[in-house]
Ligand binder design. Structure first.
Ligand code: C2O
Ligand code: CU
Length: 607
């Protein structure tokens, strides 16, 4: 009898423990299903006189937010519902930016490398597990300039403790207290996403034809910079009935928030600041870093940051603003504005306008504003803009990876030069070759041919005289597990402006281990390691860093392009696949500033 009771008690205990575990919802990996329908719409996101026909995912911009916990599987069904046209302009493909796609090269979304573009009327599934990485990512179209409007956030929570979604229904029934979210050693009350993009008063297809054609001279500036898909182009005649207004992010006083800032811009690098609030950087490109406090961020196309913001100011509206950086001849101010709005902490019970957000946190329904708040951030002067920003100061949270101190297997130098071709077009050549989609084959993506063994395997890896390029395969083959240093060299004509270039690595994060001015030479600069604590990231900005000594040679003016800045990045070839590496200034990429790595093709796994 006693034993029977004890046994019951034991079962009861097990049940309770089971319940607690479920409430805290530990680490079961699940599959998250998403459906993306791509359709055409005419939109006017900056409340101007102008509307353009553009492509959207599920009719919205930004597209739906994808969320997952580390270890989950993300399954996205993409349907191309655009009408059939006889050019490639209505083909689509979606890339999940910053996701390394370990063992799932086929889900990387690069047309002609990993898949064929999705034709009108077709559908395509991309499924992948998020392995060993968490933080702030995004997805965007990888065809033409479609990514101007086809993009959205992708958030991977470090663990269930960082996931604001899970307990909301449960908490809504009990208290108004919140459970803080935690990621690594950081805890915060709630989070917001600020995704930055650009908007041209000109349809993307027309813009692309202009870029690639013979009338191209220089890249026209975007008419608006959008935060979460909105801004106001002209507030003079605006009414709330006509306009979405500025995006308003509400906060409670005396709390800590995680802001996820995503550079989904096509072209410009932006400064980002919130009036009267410091930003403590804790994450870059999906890796936690030691907290580092700034008053503004520099956000290049493709880059992401998480910053902690303490709401220690008085109850008011504060503007969130962006300016252009590295913009040479154009002014810095933009119309990119959003609002940080303090809310009075009050009980939900007597305020029906309150909704319950993450983990029981009270969230007000989003108000709309068509006039900017009067308190603006102060940005540093353009003259103080210096190459390398604060990159040197950042440190990985858990210490520097010993791989960055090892010798590299080899160094590949990618030197980009912009060329005006005889047919009047302009192209960016990398080591003499401007990337085009025909690098693959128009019939099958390279990956497909590799898996079907109809593609020749790379014969020789040490292609020193060609800088690692295999002219037959038209890719840069890598051996499994080699440590490869890639020097990204930018150039200009002496006396002409030198441009900044944010380079992105698919399938890998990389460490930037050195950088310098002018032209990199192996003999002189090969040993330089001037970055003390390299962090892992998937975008490295190659800053303009001109060397005037290169402008003349033997007393003569130099009339060919010379180096004007370089960075050396390191990757470990631990992820067999066909991976794009390119400048994330999309016009530059379309004009050829891209290469493909062919990494241990014999080991690529089948979907
Ligand atoms: Cu976000 Cu190939 O890029
Ligand atoms: Cu570029």
């Amino acid at each position: 009898m006693i034993r029977w009771n004890t046994l019951l008690g034991f079962f009861y205990l097990v049940l309770c423990v089971g319940k607690i575990i479920r409430a805290e919802a530990i680490t079961e990996s699940i599959t998250r299903y998403y459906e993306f329908n791509v359709t055409q719409h005419s939109i006017n996101p900056d409340c101007s006189e102008h509307t353009s026909p553009v492509f959207l995912i599920n009719g919205q911009m930004p597209g739906p937010t994808i969320t997952a916990n580390q270890g989950d599987i993300i399954h996205v069904l993409i349907r191309n519902k655009l009408s059939e046209v006889d050019t490639h302009h209505h083909d689509v493909a979606i890339h999940f930016h910053g996701i390394r796609q370990y063992g799932s090269n086929h889900a990387d979304g690069v047309p002609f490398l990993t898949q064929l573009p999705i034709r009108p009327g077709q559908e395509f599934v991309q499924e992948f597990r998020v392995i060993n990485q968490a933080g702030t990512f995004f997805y965007h179209a990888h065809v033409g300039l479609q990514e101007e409007t086809v993009f959205g956030p992708l958030i991977v929570y470090e663990s269930q403790a960082a996931n604001p979604e899970i307990l909301s229904t449960e908490s809504s029934t009990n208290s108004t207290e919140f459970l803080p979210l935690t990621a690594g050693p950081f805890s915060y009350h709630d989070e917001h996403v600020a995704i930055l993009s650009e908007w041209w008063h000109r349809p993307p297809i027309e813009f692309e034809n202009f870029l690639m054609g013979s009338k191209f001279k220089f890249l026209p500036e975007a008419d608006s910079v959008l935060i979460n898909g909105r801004t106001m182009h002209d507030t003079r005649h605006a009414t709330l009935a006509k306009c979405g207004g500025y995006d308003v992010m509400t906060v409670l006083p005396n709390k800590t928030y995680r802001f996820r800032v995503i550079g989904a811009t096509t072209f410009r690098t932006l400064g980002f600041a919130i009036a009267r609030h410091n930003l403590t950087i804790i994450e870059v490109d999906g890796e936690l870093v030691k907290p580092y406090t700034v008053n503004q961020l520099e956000v290049a196309p493709g880059q992401r940051f998480s910053v902690l913001v303490h709401t220690d100011q008085v109850l008011d509206d504060y503007s969130i603003r962006v300016v252009r950086r590295w913009s040479d001849d154009v002014g810095r101010p933009t119309n990119g504005i959003a609002v940080l709005q303090y809310q009075q902490p009050i009980s939900r019970l007597n305020h029906p306008s309150l909704g319950v957000g993450s983990r029981g946190v009270l969230r007000f329904k989003r108000p709309a504003m068509i006039q900017p708040p009067s308190i603006h951030p102060v940005f540093e002067k353009a003259e103080l803009e210096a190459p390398y920003w604060i990159w040197q100061e950042l440190e990985p949270l858990y210490g520097v990876d010993p791989t960055v101190r090892k010798p590299a297997s080899r160094t590949i130098k990618l030197r980009s030069v912009d060329r005006h071709l005889p047919d009047g077009t302009t192209r960016w050549q990398v080591n003499g070759v401007a990337y085009t989609e025909e690098m693959g084959s128009k019939q099958q993506p390279i990956l497909y041919n590799v898996l079907n063994k109809t593609r020749q395997l790379p014969g020789r890896y040490n292609t020193a005289h060609t800088n690692g390029y295999d002219p037959n395969l038209r890719t840069y083959p890598l051996k499994h597990f080699e440590i490869v240093d890639i020097v990204i060299q930018t150039t200009h004509m002496p006396g002409e402006p030198c441009r900044s270039h944010p380079w992105h690595t698919h399938g890998h994060s990389h460490w930037e281990i050195a950088n310098g001015k002018g032209e990199y030479t192996e003999e002189r600069d090969g040993k330089i390691r001037n970055i003390n604590t390299p962090i892992l990231k998937d975008i490295t900005m190659i800053y303009p860093n001109v060397d005037p000594d290169l402008f003349t040679k033997d007393g003569e003016k130099v009339t060919s392009p010379v180096g004007c800045g370089w960075s050396k990045i390191r990757i470990v070839a631990d992820n067999p696949g066909i991976w794009a590496v390119h400048c994330h200034n999309t016009p530059h990429m379309l004009m050829g500033m891209m290469v493909a790595l062919e990494e241990a093709p014999e080991l690529i796994s089948r979907p």
